[in-house]
Every structure is written in structure tokens, then in C-alpha cells.
Design a protein around this ligand. Structure first.
Ligand code: KG4
Ligand code: ZN
Length: 344
């Protein structure tokens, strides 16, 4: 067939999402619909994602998200060529909810089923948005992940480095919690940092002096906690203290990501990488993105970052990864199972 239309489903964390992506002649890909139902409000008062609540909400929302995605695209399920679903990694309850739902849809409509790795979804997005060719370097920076991947094929990833503890998004979220800012922490800390002095507090740049591309962020969060406690001994945290801590924290993350990216680019270059791409919620951060653009420029490599809505969790990336798998001839068993842990 000269077109391929795939329904994608995502439920591995706190967003329930459904989307339809079509690949037309001459590699022309089109997002026909992209529906995301965020659970942020449900988890807000707990200060983080509660897996049990997330799973129940996914079960409730998958149906409506799918119907909306089909309606937005003006299609029926039978018009799709396959159903792609995040089969891991992620919170087991949510992944299971999505996989079971997708199994039901595929069986009912007689469509092939494709289990997609959530990380592959993020990592392949620049091919959907910018048509990147293999190989390229991908920095995946989200709430749950931080890794440098050499993307050699839709099914061929080589990890050049990873965080040894927290993901940067997690560090943003914890820092926000420490400073009494709203969740998700990334946008709150970024907003607060705008009026802050990044040089006031000497915060660490973990692992910068160690060779290689591995990263670490938990010490940074602990350093913020220590500074906060020191400030609080003299009373409440002043508005400016908070802004300065946010600015210092964000500058440290920028420095670490920039330097490790330089090293990863050097390795990826030797392997023929033609671009440096980023994805994941943290790539939405203005100063971080600017720092990464500078690193790519210095190295003379084209930079690619999906638009915001495709940087954070979504189902268009799952539908697209499904298209890539489908083209490679992969089909999953109707008994597809969820894999909470699934390294690329
Ligand atoms: O990719 P994502 O939507 O979900 C996964 O973790 O897979 O990323 C969410 C993470 C959260 O930790 C959030 O605080 C962070 O991305 N984030 C940001 C920004 N926007 C979202 N971090 C820094 N700056 C931002 N503007
Ligand atoms: Zn994600």
C-alpha cells in the first residue's frame, strides 16, 4: 500500500494519549490527530505521580482519548492499518492498562498489534518532525530518563551514556518540592530562575570531572536542600533566595548537559552521526535548549528538537515508532505483555 495509517496509544506515566499518524507516498508523514489527557491535577496534592491513581485514570480515559483521536482524524478504527501501544518501560499499572486496551482494539478490528518502547518513541520523533536520517545522536532528557543514544536504525540504539541516579526532570521536580514550588517542577523552576542570580550559590556540577558521558543529578538536588536549610535557619525563605537557588540549579544542569553533550557528539561523530537531536520534557526548558543549540553549533552539527507538544509524552511518537516497526516487518503477538523495565 502507498499509505500507512497507525493509531498510537500511550499510558506509561501520567498522560493518557492517543494519536493517528499517516505515512504517505515519498516518506511524507502527517499527524492526523494528537490527543493528550493530562493527569497533573489528579496528582497535584500528592506532590508526585501516584501509580495506582494513574493506572485507574488511564483505564477511564483511554476509550475517550481514542474516540477523540479517530474523530479528529475523521477516521474509523477500520481505516487504520495497525494499533501501536507503549509496552514499556514505565509504571506497570498504566502500561498494562494501555496494552490490554490495545489488545482489545486490535482483536476486535482484526488489526495487527505493535508493542512500542516508550524511549524509542521519544528517540525516533526527530524522524517524524524533521525527517532525520540514521545515524544521529539523541539526548533524551525527561522526568524518568536521561541518556545519550546513537540512533542507528529504528530498531538499533547504542547507549553512549546515562544518568547513574536521578533524571534531570526528576531533579527539577524535587528541587521545586524543596523550594515549595508547584509540580511539575520544570516549568516552575524555569519561571522562578528568570529573576534569579545563577552565581550566588556555588552548586556542584556532578561527574563533570569524570571522563565519559554518564551523568548524575541527585547530588545537585541535595546541595539545593542544604542551601535551603541554611537559609531557613535565619527564618523563612525570601522570594529572592528562591529565585537565586532556581537560577543556580538550572545553570548547573545546563553546564553538565552541555559538557556531556560535547563528549557524546565527539563519539557520535566518529560513528557517522549527522545531527544532534533532543527530546523529553526537559528539552522544553529555554536556557537548556539554548545551551544545547550552542554546543551543536560549535560542533557544526545540525540541531533538532521537536515542537513542545512532541517533546513531552504523547502518542504521535508511539504511532510513528509503530510505523517504523511496521515497515521493518515487525508484528507483535496478540498476547503482547507489558514490560515495566525495558532498556533500549
Ligand atoms: O517527557 P516527559 O513529559 O515525561 C517523562 O518523564 O517521560 O517529561 C516530564 C518532565 C518533568 O520532570 C518536568 O518537570 C520536566 O519534564 N519539564 C521541564 C520543563 N517542562 C517539563 N524541566 C525543565 N524545564 C521545563 N520547562
Ligand atoms: Zn517520556
Amino acid at each position: 500500500p502507498d499509505t500507512l495509517t497507525i493509531l498510537g496509544l500511550e499510558s506509561s506515566c501520567d498522560d493518557t494519549a492517543a494519536a493517528i499518524v499517516r505515512l504517505g507516498p515519498e516518506e511524507c508523514a502527517q499527524i492526523l490527530s494528537n490527543v493528550v489527557s493530562s493527569q497533573t491535577d489528579l496528582h497535584a496534592r500528592f506532590g508526585g505521580v501516584v501509580p495506582e491513581i494513574a493506572a485507574r485514570a488511564h483505564v477511564e480515559k483511554l476509550d475517550l482519548c481514542t474516540e477523540t483521536a479517530l474523530a479528529d482524524a475523521g477516521l474509523r478504527l477500520a481505516d487504520c492499518d495497525a494499533v501501536a501501544v507503549t509496552a514499556g518501560p514505565g509504571l506497570i499499572g498504566g502500561v498494562l492498562a494501555g496494552v490490554m486496551f490495545a489488545r482489545g482494539l486490535a482483536t476486535a478490528a482484526g488489526l495487527p498489534l505493535l508493542g512500542v518502547n516508550h524511549l524509542a518513541g521519544h528517540a525516533l520523533t526527530p524522524r517524524l518532525t524533521d525527517g532525520l536520517g540514521f545515524p544521529y545522536l539523541m539526548l533524551l532528557v525527561s522526568g524518568g530518563h536521561c541518556q545519550f543514544l546513537l540512533v542507528r536504525g529504528a530498531d538499533d540504539f547504542m547507549r553512549l551514556g546515562t544518568t547513574i541516579d536521578d533524571a534531570p526532570g526528576e531533579a527539577f521536580d524535587k528541587t521545586a518540592r524543596i523550594l515549595g514550588l508547584a509540580q511539575p517542577g520544570g516549568p516552575s523552576v524555569e519561571a522562578e530562575a528568570r529573576s534569579g542570580d545563577p552565581g550566588r550559590f556555588a552548586l556542584p556540577r556532578p561527574l563533570l570531572n569524570r571522563p565519559g558521558c554518564d551523568l548524575s543529578f541527585s547530588g545537585l538536588k541535595t546541595a539545593v536542600l542544604r542551601e535551603r536549610d541554611a537559609l531557613m535557619r535565619d527564618g523563612a525563605l525570601a522570594r529572592q533566595d528562591r529565585a537565586d537557588l532556581c537560577a543556580g540549579f538550572q545553570a548547573a544542569i545546563c553546564d553538565v548537559l552541555a559538557e556531556k553533550s560535547r563528549r557524546a557528539i565527539a563519539l557520535a561523530r566518529d560513528a557517522g552521526a549527522g545531527a544532534f537531536a533532543v527530546a523529553g520534557g526537559v528539552a522544553a526548558n529555554g536556557p537548556i535548549r539554548a545551551a544545547l543549540v550552542r554546543v551543536a553549533d560549535e560542533a557544526g552539527l545540525p540541531f533538532s528538537a521537536p515542537p513542545l507538544a512532541l517533546c513531552t509524552d504523547n502518542a504521535a511518537m508511539i504511532a510513528w515508532a509503530g510505523i517504523e516497526r511496521f515497515r521493518l516487518g515487525h508484528r507483535d503477538d496478540p498476547g503482547l505483555t507489558a514490560r515495566p523495565r525495558w532498556p533500549l
